[in-house]
Design a protein around this ligand. Structure first.
Ligand SMILES: Nc1ncnc2[nH]cnc12
Ligand SMILES: [Zn+2]
Length: 337
């Protein structure tokens, strides 16, 4: 088994990186979950922090989502959302993630009676503070839950209207199988007409067909995950020609049994096929690591070269929603390493 060496570890640490696939609710650490449960007298099926960690053994996406929605139930007031965002942004600083495009799931909160007027000010306070303190760059992606109806997504878009200046893009997440992208074609068209950019989870557990649907029915700028594209050579060719970014999440894919072991992950073959692949953390507190941990896991188990690591970091800026001049600045810094 290839083992990561010290020079590789140093390269991963020193590279500036962008994170493009991160669910803020998935960065809720067990310590904060238990503290907020006590604060709000929420009963969780865990007595200790170790119990929480022990529960994080998943068979598939749904078994994770069940715990993810349960965990999010402790988020109640503006301060909770501030703290959640602040803790994640501090991890960005540690990992040299200079730019983050962060997903949040409004329906996870609005369905519990907690509205945009609670979570948006909490998120924005942390984002402004991190920008002021160390120049952190952050954008927000509002993600619709695909196990709910398109009507519910429309209601969410409507509720978001006063906050649209703070939101760059819409996304699509939650239970993929049985909820294909085309179910949300109308609401994505409406989001586009409002000037919002678009991403969607596709080809995580679902078939390559769902990736076609995200491209053709939702007119997305990026595919979240997309690892099942290898099943369809014509799709691979289209993704390569369009340089359509894939936001791949290695540790997530292992925890959710998309691949049986990191040795089996197809990220290097996606890269070799000329796809614009990026590395991301997805739900770091549930999957055992933040962005640099994902790079380290690749270096420990796959024959990845320093050049490929630099390509992945450069791709994270190319695939971002940053303005061209900012992209060029970060790309020059990556190239200089
Ligand atoms: N990996 C993932 N796939 C789908 N929905 C999610 N919500 C949070 N993480 C997710
Ligand atoms: Zn995700």
């Amino acid at each position: 088994m290839p083992v990561e060496n010290a020079a590789t570890a140093e390269l991963i640490k020193s590279l500036p990186k962008a994170e493009l696939h991160l669910h803020i609710e998935g960065s809720l650490e067990p310590e904060l979950m238990m503290a907020l449960a006590a604060k709000h007298q929420v009963t969780l099926p865990y007595a200790t922090i170790d119990d929480v960690r022990r529960a994080y053994n998943f068979d598939n996406l749904q078994s994770f989502l069940d715990l993810y929605y349960l965990g999010a139930s402790v988020l109640r007031d503006e301060d909770d959302f501030y703290r959640l965002m602040w803790d994640y942004l501090c991890k960005c600083k540690e990992d040299n993630v200079v730019h983050a495009e962060i997903m949040f799931d409004p329906q996870t909160h609005t369905e519990r009676g907690i509205g945009f007027e609670v979570f948006m000010p909490g998120f924005m306070r942390a984002i402004a503070q991190a920008e002021k303190e160390w120049g952190q760059s952050t954008l927000l992606i509002m993600s619709f839950l695909r196990h709910l109806s398109e009507e519910s997504a429309f209601e969410t878009l409507e509720a978001a209207q006063p906050y649209l200046s703070m939101i760059t893009a819409v996304g699509l997440d939650s239970s993929e199988l049985g909820n294909p992208p085309q179910k949300f074609a109308q609401v994505f068209a409406k989001a586009k007409s409002l000037g919002l950019l678009r991403v969607a989870h596709a080809g995580e557990e679902g078939p390559a067909e769902y990736i076609w649907s995200a491209l053709n029915d939702l007119d997305v700028h990026r595919i979240d995950h997309g690892v099942r594209s290898v099943d369809d050579p014509a799709l691979m060719q289209t993704l390569a020609e369009k340089q359509m970014p894939l936001t791949v999440c290695p540790l997530s894919n292992i925890k959710l049994c998309v691949f049986s072991h990191m040795r089996e992950h197809n990220i290097l073959s996606l890269l070799d096929s000329g796809l614009l692949v990026t590395v991301n953390a997805d739900d770091p507190s549930y999957f055992g690591g933040y962005l640099n941990d994902n790079y380290h896991a690749l270096a420990a188990h796959l024959p990845i070269t320093p050049e490929q690591i630099k390509t992945l970091a450069a791709n994270s800026f190319k695939a971002s929603f940053l303005a061209q001049d900012k992209k060029a600045l970060w790309l020059a810094q990556v190239a200089a390493l």
